[in-house]
Write a protein of this length. Structure first.
Lengths: 239, 113
């Protein structure tokens, strides 16, 4: 308990980062829209086309996920968060990639675009899932409002990973990305049941894959369509 | 103008819904147990992809209720949902089954007449 409290206290000073990042993105967006409109519909002097394009491109690149992560984690980079060369490289290359992307669109230079793409691919592929989780864990309180169904449950789960084997971790992390809790528990139970029945690993994988695909369809399409004509039900989680 | 809900839409039971209610009886079961009950001697196996939409419909119609179970070991903190047939569910099921028995009796009566 004391550890949790200490972590929360440590993270408290950076709560202002997300609103600031959001306001910054919003302001750049508003300016880019204004400049684009002025550029297209008026002959007002001083509004150069490249300048307007630069704002639009900057706005688009700021919306990219690596850049958002970068903005959220910026205070940590400046203070004490640079834990490894890997995360530092990721953060720097994200920033450089975004800026290059903005310039490439604005100036119509394909060289910048290619360089941006290469750097972007490098930065996102370099960061494995564990690194991403670690980054999110550092900024857990900031990210929780929009990652509550993906990264945060995975983080909570990975804290307990010492108990389980490595393969199970990957399977369950994958399941937790797509499915609610009860489905993850059921799939795990199915996996255990098939293993106990001494089914071949090929059969187990095929069966789990089939269940995975049908569940994706059922949860995201079929149930949503069914709910359109079913009565809504007001209830608490633990009724 | 919004379409009014028809009560018959709500109490209508599909084949799989009827199977689930029958298979569950008065027990409290989680998804895999329900599947195991249903798949014994079945010509084609049901999967979670068929089960969960049916459970959702039954839940929305008020024929089953559920509660969270304990956290399962090895499932990363995931919890099972335990489902149980409500009184409304068992009443509707017995109505449907009585109708089927009456139907069968009429059909047999017609054959032997």
């Amino acid at each position: 308990m004391s550890n949790i409290l200490r972590e929360e206290e440590d993270l408290r000073p950076i709560h202002f980062v997300v609103p600031i990042a959001a306001i910054f993105i919003l302001l750049v967006g508003i300016f880019s829209i204004i400049y684009t409109i002025l550029d297209c519909y008026t002959d007002a002097p001083g509004f150069e086309k490249d300048f307007a394009n630069l704002f639009v491109s900057l706005f688009i690149s700021l919306l990219s996920f690596p850049t958002f992560l970068l903005l959220v984690n910026l205070p940590f980079i400046l203070t004490k968060i640079v834990e490894s060369i890997g995360s530092l490289l990721f953060l720097i290359s994200s920033l450089v990639s975004s800026v290059l992307f903005a310039f490439s669109s604005a100036l119509n230079k394909s060289f910048f675009a290619v360089l941006s793409l290469v750097l972007s691919l490098f930065s996102t592929s370099y960061l494995s899932l564990n690194k991403l989780i670690k980054t999110a864990q550092i900024a857990g309180l900031n990210l929780s409002f929009f990652l509550s169904r993906t990264i945060i449950p995975m983080m909570n789960f990975l804290k307990k990973k010492a108990v389980f084997g490595r393969k199970s971790i990957h399977l369950i992390v994958l399941l937790k990305l797509f499915f609610p809790d009860e489905i993850v528990a059921e799939m795990k139970a199915l996996h255990e049941k098939l293993s106990l029945e001494k089914k071949s690993s090929w059969y187990i994988r095929t069966k789990l894959f089939y269940e995975f695909i049908t569940l994706i369809w059922a949860l995201n399409v079929q149930i949503k369509i069914d709910n359109l004509h079913l009565p809504s039900k007001q209830r608490n989680v633990d009724d | 103008m919004p379409k009014e809900k028809n009560d018959t839409d709500i109490i209508r039971l599909s084949a799989i819904e009827e199977d689930i209610l029958t298979g569950m009886g008065s027990q409290e079961l989680y998804g895999l147990e329900i599947l195991d009950h249903l798949n014994i001697g079945r010509s084609f196996e049901l999967s979670f992809g068929s089960l969960y939409p049916a459970l959702n419909r039954l839940d929305k119609k008020g024929f089953i209720k559920w509660r969270w179970g304990d956290i399962q070991d090895g499932s990363g903190g995931a919890r099972r949902k335990y489902y149980k047939v409500t009184r409304l569910g068992s009443t509707v099921l017995s109505d449907v089954q009585s109708y089927r028995m009456a139907l069968q009796a009429r059909a047999l009566g017609a054959i032997y007449q």
